[in-house]
Design a protein. Sequence first.
Length: 163
Amino acid sequence: MLTTGIFSVVLVTSCKNKCGSTTCQNGGACTDNLCVCPIGFSGNACQTGWTDIFVATYKCQRYNCTPAVTGDTTYWQSAITKDATNPGYTIDISNFDNSNTTVAATVDSNINGVSNIEVSTVTGTYGINATGTYSNDTIRLKFTTSSVGGVGGYTCQMVLGKE
């Protein structure tokens, strides 16, 4: 009887997220024989994090700043990695705006190869708010910086191209 009980627990546990021959991953749940993925994951088995396509080194450029910012045409590199806390839908952008600052960005959707990105953070004495998109290996962001006291700052566009 003990053997039957252990076998039943193992069988129920191992089949919990099965959808036919597919096992739902990353917290996906089987509904009507299809994996329903949690926010941040896609694929027939929820195996692909929205952030997977971002991971790389990028060549970046800031332009069209108001007020004008010195070095708008300067190129620099930024690395994008998956955030350790929310790897499915949060990325970390190093050297944001050529400032040696790393910011976390939320990927709030991934539909037909176009991802929407949002940044809202305070780093040091500045706040950064950004919105943008990712498609065809390019991130386009419009961002605003402001001091914590609300004085100063600028609004710019930034393009990050995957190298």
